[in-house]
Structure formats: C-alpha cells, structure tokens
Design a protein around this ligand. Structure first.
Ligand SMILES: NC(=O)c1ccc[n+]([C@@H]2O[C@H](COP(=O)([O-])OP(=O)(O)OC[C@H]3O[C@@H](n4cnc5c(N)ncnc54)[C@H](O)[C@@H]3O)[C@@H](O)[C@H]2O)c1
Length: 254
C-alpha cells in the first residue's frame, strides 16, 4: 500500500488500540512512512502479534500493555515512552469499545465502561501528552470518534456510545483551541462502518441496509482510516485543526 509519499522519520507516534482493526491500519500507515510507532493496547497477545509481524518487515513498531481507562497507569506509560524516545510527536486515540445493548437495558456499569474507555481514556492520554507537546512547542493529536457521535447512535452502539463519541468531538475542538498557540493541531475522524471485529456482529440485514445508504456502496477498510489519520498528522495538514472528518463512504453527505 502506498504511504502517500509522507516521511515520518525521527517522529514518535503513539497509537492506542493499535493492535487490530482500525488501529492496526493506522499503525501500518505510519510504520510504512518510516515512523517509530508505539502501540498502547489492553490486548497483549494481539499487540504482540502485530508488533512481531511489522518488525519482521523492518518497521519500527513496539507496544506497551495499557488500559487507557486508568488515569495513573496512562501517566506512567507516557512518562516511560518519553524517557525512552525523548519525545512524542503524534498521539492517535483509537482504542474504543461499543455495545449493541438498547439504552433501556443499560445501567451505570454500561455507562462507566463505555464512557470510561472511549471518552475518559481519550482524556487520560491527551492529559498526559499535552503538557509535553506544549513544552516541545509542537504536536499532532488525532482522535477516532464516530459518525454515531453526530447521529446520536451507532450501527451497533447505543446512546451511551454516541454520547462518548460526541464527547470526543468536543474534547478535540477544545484541544485545538488550547493547543493552537503552542502549534499543537488536534483533529478527529468519524468513521462510518469499517470492517473490523467491532462491526462484525452487525446483523446481515442491517449491513445490507447500511450499504444501500452509502454512496460508495461498501464498508471501509482500516487502512482507509489510517491514511487520513496520517494526512492529518502530517505537515500537509499544518493549517488544519479542530476539524471533524467523516471517513464513511459518504453516509453523512447531507
Ligand atoms: N469499526 C467501525 O465500524 C467503527 C466505526 C466508527 C468508529 N469506530 C471507532 O474506531 C476505533 C477502533 O475500532 P475498531 O473497529 O478497530 O475496534 P476493534 O475492537 O477491532 O479494536 C479496538 C482496539 O482497542 C483496544 N482497546 C479496547 N479497550 C481498551 C482499553 N481500555 N485500553 C487499551 N486498549 C483498548 C482493543 O484491544 C483493540 O485493539 C474505536 O474507537 C471505535 O469506536 C469504529
């Protein structure tokens, strides 16, 4: 796969949830563009497998096990990365969870779980990395939200998932405002339906209906999100911040 002619040599890119799915598409994009990528993921076996496969092809990829919902663990993990590499240039918040449970069946536990990972987890990593980027006078943050955050519901997710992703959109816009004076760009991407383990459980009938309402008439591939993330983290998008990009085959065209 082409890497858009971009060169991330000497840049350190941290990707949460980078072991599989969309996160892996993001990791591959940066790694193929000579970036040094650190995956932070709860799923150690999948992260190890991705790391092994990519390092075997000469890419600079490593991983640290982390639950992004745990504030202090995130702080320590980010400190470790800065100690080892000296800097973090790009932070991509991809890790996330969804649920197909109707809102009427949800309780406080569902809220804490989904919001704790999707929104608080994104806050945790941004909160740990932002002061470092301010000190460096530069940085790029790309958060993976969802069109569910705009529509009020996902194709699998519920109102809680939508709320968590709407929160990510608001957080991103706030970081763009506060980061701007320090040359920190913060943008978010709203994927439509991308082929991953998260979208797998959508019932077949529902999948057909979604595709019928998608101008490109298909689901996206993880790498199609990865390439847009890389563009937003590159100097080609140096004057772009606070933007929320749909990568959805045209679902949100209206
Ligand atoms: N697949 C889609 O259609 C779709 C659509 C819109 C948005 N998204 C968003 O894209 C992102 C990636 O989704 P995906 O489809 O690749 O899902 P996925 O389930 O394939 O991957 C999610 C990754 O996040 C990691 N993760 C989950 N909880 C974590 C935690 N607490 N700490 C650290 N890592 C954790 C998982 O181990 C996994 O590697 C999510 O934020 C999701 O909400 C996906």
């Amino acid at each position: 796969m082409a890497s858009l002619g971009m060169d991330f040599s000497g840049k350190v890119i941290v990707v949460t949830g980078g072991s599989r799915g969309i996160g892996r598409g993001i990791v591959e994009a940066f790694a193929e563009s000579n970036g040094t990528v650190v995956i932070l993921d709860l799923d150690e076996s999948s992260a190890r497998q991705t790391t092994n496969e990519l390092t075997l092809t000469g890419r600079k990829v490593s991983f640290l096990p982390l639950d992004i919902s745990l504030y202090h663990d995130v702080q320590l993990c980010i400190e470790k990365i800065i100690d080892k590499f000296g800097h973090i240039d790009v932070l991509v918040n991809d890790a996330g969870v969804s649920s197909g449970k109707p809102f009427a069946e949800c309780n406080e536990k569902d809220w804490d779980f989904i919001v704790g990972i999707n929104l608080k987890g994104t806050f945790n990593t941004c909160n740990a990395v932002f002061p470092h980027m301010i000190r460096n006078g530069s940085g790029k943050i790309v958060n993976i939200a969802s069109i569910a955050g705009k529509l009020g519901g996902g194709f699998r997710g519920t109102a809680i998932y939508a709320a968590s992703k709407a929160g990510v959109i608001g957080l991103t816009k706030g970081l763009a405002r506060e980061g701007g004076p320090h040359s920190i760009n913060a943008n978010a991407i709203c994927p439509g339906v991308i082929k991953t383990t998260m979208s797998d459980p959508i019932p077949e009938e529902h999948k057909k209906a979604i595709i019928a309402g998608t101008p490109l008439a298909r689901f996206g591939e993880p790498r199609e999100v990865g390439d847009v993330v890389m563009f937003l983290a590159s100097d080609m998008a140096s004057h772009v911040t606070g933007e929320i990009f749909d990568v959805d085959g045209g679902i949100m065209r209206d």
